[in-house]
Write a protein that binds this ligand. Sequence first.
Ligand code: HEC
Length: 244
Amino acid sequence: MKRKLATTVFALAVGLIAQTASAASEGGGHLQHAGVNARDVAAVQRGAKWFVNYCLSCHSAQYMRYNRLVEDLGLSEDQVMNNLVFSDAKIGETMDIAMRPEQATAWLGKAPPDLSLSARSRGTDWLYTYLLTFYQDESGGWNNLMLPNASMPHVLWQLQGIQKPVYAEHGDEAVVDHLVVDTPGLQTPEEYAQTARDIATFLDYLSEPAKLQRKSIGIWVMLFLAAFALVAYALKAEYWRDVH
Ligand code: HEC
C-alpha cells in the first residue's frame, strides 16, 4: 500500500516536471516579465479598448457580459456602448463574435480559441511575450516565438512594426536568437510594450473578473479580523480577571 502510494507520488512528480519542461520548451523564446497588475483599472480599460478593436473580430470572450464592464471598470452604459461595442450586441450580452468557427477554420486553418481563460492557462507573462514576439519569417508569413507556426496573423503589426529574426547556430540547427524591428510601426517599442501589457492586463481581468473585488474585500476581512482579535483579547482578559 505504502509502496503503491510512493510510486504514484513519484509518477506524479515526474509527470509534473516533464510537463513544465515541455511547456517551457514549446516556443523558442524566453518569457518576458509583463508586470501585470489586474487592479490597475486604467490599464484594464485601455486593454479592453485594444481588445474590442483588434481581437474581438476573431476571438470571443464568451463568459463576459458588456454590462459587467460597466460595473467593474467604472464606466457608464453609454461609454461602454459607444467605445466598446461595435457589433449589434446589447449591453446585457456576452462578448461574442459574428464569425462561425467553420469560417474561421477555412480562412485561418484553425479556429481562434475563446480567450476568457487564456490568462489562467497561459499566464500573463506568456500572453505579453506572445504579443511582443511576432515576426516575419523567410516564407514572408507571420510566425511567433511563443507559438511557432501560429495560425494567427500579427494583427498589431501596424503598431509594432515588422520584426525579422536573427539566427544563432545551436549544434546543427539555426534557431532564432532574437528579433529586430525591420520596419518601424506607429508606436515606439516602449509604447508597444505598454499596449501588450494593457492587453495582457485585460485578459487577466477577463479570466477572473471578481479579482478586482476579491482583493479589496480581502483587505476589509483582514482589518475586521485584526479588530476582532483585539476585542476577543479584551474580552478574555475581562473574564479571566475574576478567575485569578
Ligand atoms: C484574424 C483573426 C485573429 C485576430 C484578429 C486575433 N487572433 Fe489570436 N488567434 C487567432 C488564431 C487562428 C489562433 C490560433 C493559433 C494557433 O493555435 O496556431 C489565435 C491564437 C491566439 C492566442 C493563443 C491561444 C492559446 O493559448 O493557444 C492568443 C493568446 C491570442 N490569439 C490572442 C489574441 C489577441 C490578444 C488578439 C488581439 C490583439 C488576437 N489574438 C487577435 C486568430 C486571431
